[in-house]
Design a protein around this ligand. Sequence first.
Ligand code: ADP
Ligand code: MG
Length: 413
Amino acid sequence: MRTKTLRDIPTPSLQGRRCVIRVDFNVPMTRDGQVADDTRIRAVVPTLDHLAAAGARVVILSHLGRPRATPDPLLSLRSVAEVLPNHCTAPVSFVPDTLGSEAIAAVGRLRDGELLVLENTRFLPGETENDPEVSAALGAYGDLFVQDAFGVAHRSHSSTVGAAQAIIDCGGEAVAGFLLETELRFLQDALTDPERPFVAILGGAKISGKIDVVEAFLGRVDRLLIGGAMANTFVRALGCQTGKSLIEEDRIDLARDLIERGGDKLLLPVDFRVAPKLVGDAAPRVARRDDIHADDIVGDIGPATEAIFAAEVSAARTVVWNGPMGVFEMPPFSSGTFAIAAASAGVATTGATVIVGGGDSAAAVVESGVADRISHISTGGGAVLELLAGAALPAVTVLSRSDSPVPSLGDAS
Ligand code: ADP
Ligand code: MG
């Protein structure tokens, strides 16, 4: 049995049908609350266009940022709804409400072929707990649920899992949208039986979530390269100092354990670029990992590490990369990340599969100018890591199943 997708839904049956779609409009915002990068918006336009063109009445759910179950004007989806008409041809409206009377009335007023963006789901108490009442209320907006938020497919929230289940329980269907379908096809193909050597690269600043998947990775990859702030925790586990660098004290023991279990599969940086402050005009010093001083802050991997990591990437046939090697947003600390980007693009050109996940990693690849040579830039970060770790994605397992072959859109319409 496979996951049902939007292709399984005959296009004529969408006419007048009330659809609830979960998308990932969690876009980077400027300080004054404007959309800074619309990549994630553009990624779901094919699904939205298809639904609207077929005459569906489309209720759009998304989260934005991390408000704590309370409204935050800077994290309103109004800004996203305002730019959506630049991409979609269908009429778009917005209500600053998700489950209240204003939202219910707006859903009721929707006409065939119209899109309605509801307010940030994370303003709702209960959303991230997959609260049954919140789930039922969101599910009541339609009888077809379309899941197209790959970036949060690893989360069991009301808008990702509960609402889909509620719609199925009421006799409706829950299917994968075009973006989710593409992401899954790509990642499952690449990761189920990867061509080897299989090299994973982990970095970035969100350490805790990522260090917890390292163990699962070690069982699947041939090499695991660690950079970014996560490397600092491992360097401390080796007994070296990391000065004033970003670190997670409570993961040092875990890191020590992973070093032991990882053996020569696990590659840590041998040197770093350090400075007293991570600023755009810093003049970093190259420090061996056992020569980091009390006032130093690690901003990037060093040149010797860069060469070792690039050689590993160049020898790989499958590469999965999540998390920049350093603070690539600042030129003095961008070298490590850009070196990995160049090596990844190079090996992809020889036919290797290179997958990059994570918002900042994708931005780094775009900035380094090699994006068009990368096999797949995923809209997911955490979801890619979960898949690579062998975990099921709850927002995918909840979807309806089918045992017939995947129809083409032509067959369906
Ligand atoms: P992604 O979005 O690709 O999943 P993360 O959000 O985990 O990646 O981390 C990206 C951020 O990590 C970048 O903004 C980068 O500046 C930061 N970063 C990378 N290395 C370091 C480091 N050594 N110290 C502090 N921040 C770092
Ligand atoms: Mg990030």
